[in-house]
Design a protein around this ligand. Structure first.
Ligand SMILES: *[C@@H]1O[C@H](CO)[C@@H](O)[C@H](O)[C@H]1NC(C)=O
Length: 226
């Protein structure tokens, strides 16, 4: 009975989340846990194409997830994952992954990453600070379809859970946007330069519905000088 009421309350709270404008803010993930994360939901249930862009700062030298989107049927429906080798990323689409090597990734520096994929060609591509990777095949023919749960700071090994502290993110993240189409190279470059880019139409950092679980802080970005 009490559990039911708690569940209902949780449902009500997550449904009534008011979008927040996080312009000039960042999420700080200050410690290694298997719980702390930001949970994002979207009413969108069918994506034929995806672009996700975000900025991040970290000193992690182990594997960690930067963006984890799961469906009940695919825990790694859209995931990008930074590898311990420090210059490579794995990108997962509908539980199939491809790797990108030799990327210009740095510790202790704000960097932007954008990941694109479309179901027609099945090609995935990763952009670090506006510079492209090779275009590689992951999964084609089917869209990302079903109730979507997105986690920042943890890698979902089940729909919305089964986190592993050794894959958690420690550092800061900002300017997360998600689109239901692939951004052109020019638009990605604008995002990387933080200049006049189109805001996400699936997730928009300036109007973001989210829920913080555990120790994740909303802080002012530190890169402005007044
Ligand atoms: C968010 O805040 C910024 C800075 O205050 C403002 O320029 C922008 O228009 C706001 N966006 C939305 C969607 O409210």
């Amino acid at each position: 009975m009490t559990t039911m009421m708690l569940l209902l309350m949780l449902l009500v709270t997550s449904c009534t989340a008011i979008p927040q404008n996080l312009s000039e803010k960042m999420f700080t993930f200050p410690q290694e846990t298997d719980t702390a994360h930001v949970r994002l939901t979207t009413s969108r249930q069918n994506l034929q194409a995806v672009t996700v862009c975000l900025r991040f700062f970290t000193d992690l030298k182990r594997n960690h997830a930067l963006f984890s989107l799961s469906l009940p049927s695919f825990h790694n429906a859209f995931l990008f994952y930074n590898l311990a080798s420090l210059d490579s990323f794995q990108m997962w689409v509908r539980n199939i992954f491809t790797s990108f090597e030799g990327l210009d990734l740095k510790l202790n520096k704000w960097q932007s990453v954008c990941a694109t994929w479309d179901s027609t060609s099945g090609l995935a591509q990763l952009w670090v600070d506006g510079n492209p990777s090779s275009r590689k095949f992951t999964s084609s023919g089917s869209s990302i379809n079903g109730p979507i749960i997105i986690a920042l700071g943890q890698d979902q090994d089940s729909h919305g859970g089964r986190f592993d502290a050794k894959q958690s993110f420690i550092g800061m993240m900002s300017d997360l946007h998600m689109w239901d189409y692939t951004l052109s190279p020019c638009e990605i470059r604008k995002y990387a330069k933080d200049f006049c880019y189109a805001e996400g139409n699936v997730l928009n950092w300036n109007s973001l519905e989210f829920q913080i679980i555990g120790r994740v802080l909303i802080e002012n970005k530190q890169n402005t000088c007044q």
